[in-house]
Design a protein around this ligand. Structure first.
Ligand code: URA
Length: 201
């Protein structure tokens, strides 16, 4: 299974089919496919990069450290996470082993391309009013390789799906801030972008 079944009408049907996806090599090392979560008809869809270590083990998107930053930012932007559909551009964890640790590795262009039909199918089934692209991988998967989050974050843009999008940073970039001052600035900017999205959704 490398393609979503055309007859899938619900997130549950898509998720069940994606569990067997071998559309790229990532299924071999990952624990499981981590599909999106939320309801059909959710007003807002959030798209991240790929599941991390915790997400891979638990089988749910954004349940690790980046998820906690996301939760806090959504809360401060006045967005109820229960009304949001959360997913990733790539549905398997890509990592390298360092001793017992599994270190995140960015998915390559072929892996992002192989997973795009699943994202397209999710968008088709969920029909969100607005899509928030978290970080460069999600933004480029949807808007093309020339898209730069640093230049166009916080703007309401038209996507190829005919659904407006707002791009912003990935929450894990906030975790990588070098000091408190830059972390606070990055978080404020992230929340401001989410508030733009909240007004539209
Ligand atoms: N980072 C992502 O992009 N997605 C997740 O689900 C977790 C971390």
């Amino acid at each position: 299974m490398a393609q979503p079944p055309a007859k899938a009408k619900t997130v549950g049907e898509l998720s069940a089919a994606a569990a067997a996806c071998q559309g790229c090599d990532l299924w071999q090392e990952a624990t499981q496919t981590v599909f999106g979560e939320g309801k059909e008809g959710a007003p807002m869809m959030l798209v991240g990069e790929q599941p991390g270590d915790q997400e891979d083990l638990q089988g749910r998107p954004f349940v690790g450290p980046a998820g906690r930053v996301l939760e806090q930012a959504l809360d401060e932007a006045g967005i109820d996470r229960r009304r949001v559909y959360v997913t990733n551009a790539v549905k398997h964890f890509r990592f390298t082993r360092r001793g017992k640790r599994r270190l995140h590795e960015k998915p390559n262009a072929a892996q992002v391309r192989a997973c795009r039909p699943w994202l397209e199918a999710e968008i088709e089934v969920v029909k969100p009013g607005l899509i928030v692209l978290l970080g460069a991988t999600a933004a480029q998967s949807v808007m093309g390789p020339a898209f730069r989050v640093s230049k166009q974050h916080g703007e309401v843009l038209e996507s190829p799906f005919g659904i407006p999008v707002v791009a912003t940073v990935h929450p894990s970039s906030i975790l990588r801030s070098v000091d408190d001052k830059s972390r606070d600035a990055a978080m404020s900017s992230f929340i401001a972008d989410l508030m733009v999205a909240a007004k539209q959704a």
